[in-house]
Structures are given as structure tokens and as C-alpha cells.
Design a protein around this ligand. Structure first.
Ligand code: ATP
Ligand code: MG
Length: 320
């Protein structure tokens, strides 16, 4: 089968290490082998906040993050939701294929509602996994590099594709989620590292900002550093971060620190993260001087052509 990769992010803030080890590293690896689409999901920003906020700035920052980590726009189609109205038109038939109870028991939607700052939960919150089905299926995506929180949504996409094919004839492939080295990297507070939870190390943070964030991370008072995810989750989390950045097992790093205590652990983690991000940050600063938005305009055009073709096929299959 000819695989097509589709993945994306919401322009809600700068990309962080969770994105890198959950999904971005896989994208860079796959871009040489498969056609790939990367979606800047701007419409999805208003699922859990009242206003899109600094949307244009966030889109530019996201583009800079992509290019800085090595996504090659000559190989990858980078596009944005709001430029492809056909995605919203696909949402309509797709919504008819899932039940209200299927939507309301989605565990990721429940978790996002719990962390949402909105007073009332919007209808878009319940339907956005189906919106994502349109995002994935418009280009007949088959491989979806994502973090663990997205698995229920990829399941919804498979359900939509399967039911569409049953009702109207074979149009869509059933996509597979592909998780990275760390499908759920924790943030400095022990919860999922998220742009919007103030617990993330951004790829674009400065060395000093990184040091300050890690300095504030919770640890414990035991001087002997050990890797124990069950009993010492905060310490284990810093060891994990350092290990990912150094490409070494966290247990090794714990042994190396030995009786150094939290201060040594934090010092080592800060150095590891800064070392790892240095070339990415350097490239990002160079790219910031160039016109990255032109890349998005070209990607939008290409993605739109694909979406128009799929919508035609969907309408024909449904008899419209
Ligand atoms: P927000 O807080 O605004 O929802 P986010 O940090 O959760 O932002 P998203 O844009 O929602 O980021 O997610 C983009 C992609 O990154 C998804 O595939 C998601 O699974 C993955 N991802 C996000 N956070 C992590 C994490 N902590 N570990 C691994 N993957 C992650
Ligand atoms: Mg999220």
C-alpha cells in the first residue's frame, strides 16, 4: 500500500520537548520515505478557548519550530485548517456517522474539558475528533505520528472511515497511529507536558529560561538519585528528560549522579536539554529572518487541491 503521513498541531503556543519526542522526530524520519502533510490546526484553537488569541503570531512561530527541527518544505506539505474550507464540508457527512454517546465518552475530550479555561464546554469540543477525521482522511492519510493523547481520536477516524466505506462504498483507508519514543512526556509539574498548562520546555526557550524552569521543578529531599517512576515520579521525570536529550538510559544518569542530590540532577538535566536544543535554537533564529509564511501559502494551495478532489469523490459516492 502507498502510505501517506498526516499529522499536525494547534497554533496555541510554541512547540515543546513533548512534541519533539512524541511526534516531531518521527515526522523528520518519515519525510524522506512518504508523502507527508502537516496541518496547522488553527480552527481547532477555538475548541477550548473563547478567542483565537495571537493566532497569526502563533502560526509563524509554529512554522519556525517545524523548519528548525528539520521538516523540509520541499518534501512536506505544510498547510492550515482555515485555508481549506473542504475540510469543514467533510465534517458534515462524517458527523452523521458517529453517535452522540460515542462522542461524549472520548477520554481525551473528557481530560481536555477538565483542563479547559472556558466556563461552558463548546459543541466544537465534542465534535473536534470528527474534525480530525476530516483532517486525516482528506488526503487519505494512513500513518499518523502523534502522542498518546491522540489515540482515541485516531480510533474515531478509523470508525468514520469504516462506516463511510460500509455505507457508501470503499473510499477511505483505515489510518494507523504511530507513536514516538515518548508518547506522553510529562511536564515539570508531573502532568502531560502541554503548551497551555505552563509546564513545558519550549524548543524556542532561551538557555536561561530553560534553567529557570528546571530549577523550579519539584523533586524530593533524598540525596541518592534513583530512577523509580512509581515512588519518585518527579525525580524520574527529570532523569527521563535528560536521558532523551542525551540518548542515554535514565538509570545510567541516576547512577552517574549518585549522592549528588536534586541540585546535581537539575544541573545535569539543564545542561542536557540546552545542549540538545542548541542547534535547533540557532537554526530557528536564522529562519526568523526569512519569509516563512510563503511556505504556508504554497502548502495551502497544494492541500486544497487534494481536499477538493476528495470532497468530489465523497459527494459522488453519497449520490449528491
Ligand atoms: P494544547 O495544550 O494547546 O492542547 P499540546 O501541548 O497538547 O497543546 P497539541 O497541539 O494539542 O499540543 O498536540 C500536537 C501533537 O503533539 C499531538 O500529536 C500530541 O499527541 C503531541 N503531544 C502533545 N503533548 C505531548 C506530550 N507531552 N508527549 C508526547 N506527545 C505530545
Ligand atoms: Mg493538546
Amino acid at each position: 500500500m502507498n502510505d501517506v503521513v498526516l499529522t499536525g498541531d494547534r497554533p496555541t503556543g510554541p512547540l515543546h520537548l513533548g512534541h519533539y519526542f512524541g511526534s516531531l522526530a518521527n515526522r523528520v524520519r518519515l519525510q524522506d520515505t512518504y508523502p507527508m502533510y502537516v496541518l496547522i490546526a488553527d480552527y481547532q484553537v477555538i475548541t477550548d478557548r473563547d478567542l483565537p488569541g495571537e493566532i497569526q503570531r502563533n502560526i509563524t512561530e509554529l512554522l519556525l519550530d517545524y523548519l528548525a527541527i528539520g521538516i523540509d518544505p520541499d518534501k512536506v506539505t505544510i498547510f492550515q485548517h482555515s485555508a481549506i474550507p473542504e475540510l469543514n464540508q467533510l465534517l458534515l457527512p462524517f458527523l452523521s456517522l458517529v453517535s452522540v454517546s460515542e462522542l461524549s465518552r472520548n477520554p481525551t475530550v473528557k481530560d481536555e474539558i477538565a483542563h479547559s479555561s472556558q466556563a461552558a464546554v463548546s459543541g466544537l469540543m465534542f465534535t473536534y475528533p470528527v474534525h480530525q477525521a476530516a483532517d486525516i482522511l482528506f488526503c487519505k492519510g494512513t500513518l499518523v505520528p502523534v502522542g498518546k493523547d491522540q489515540l482515541p481520536h485516531v480510533e474515531v477516524t478509523r470508525l468514520v472511515a469504516r462506516r463511510f466505506n460500509e455505507r457508501y462504498g470503499e473510499v477511505f483507508p483505515l489510518p494507523e497511529a504511530m507513536m514516538g519514543e515518548r508518547p506522553m512526556l510529562k511536564g515539570l509539574d508531573g502532568g502531560k507536558m502541554s503548551k497551555s498548562r505552563g509546564n513545558a520546555i519550549a524548543l524556542s526557550a532561551t538557555e536561561d529560561e530553560t534553567a529557570a524552569l528546571i530549577r523550579k521543578a519539584r523533586t524530593d529531599s533524598d540525596r541518592l538519585i534513583t530512577f523509580d517512576e512509581t515512588h519518585r515520579p518527579e525525580v524520574a521525570n527529570l532523569l527521563t528528560l535528560a536521558g532523551l536529550c542525551l540518548g542515554r538510559p535514565p538509570q545510567d544518569i541516576a547512577e552517574e549522579i549518585g549522592n549528588g542530590g536534586a541540585a546535581a540532577l537539575k544541573g545535569l538535566a539543564t545542561e542536557a536539554v540546552n545542549e540538545f536544543l542548541r542547534p535547533i535554537r540557532k537554526r530557528r533564529a536564522e529562519l526568523a529572518e526569512t519569509d516563512v509564511r510563503a511556505i504556508l501559502a504554497a502548502g495551502n494551495e497544494k492541500a486544497r487541491e487534494r481536499a477538493v478532489a476528495t470532497l468530489e469523490e465523497v459527494r459522488a459516492a453519497m449520490g449528491f
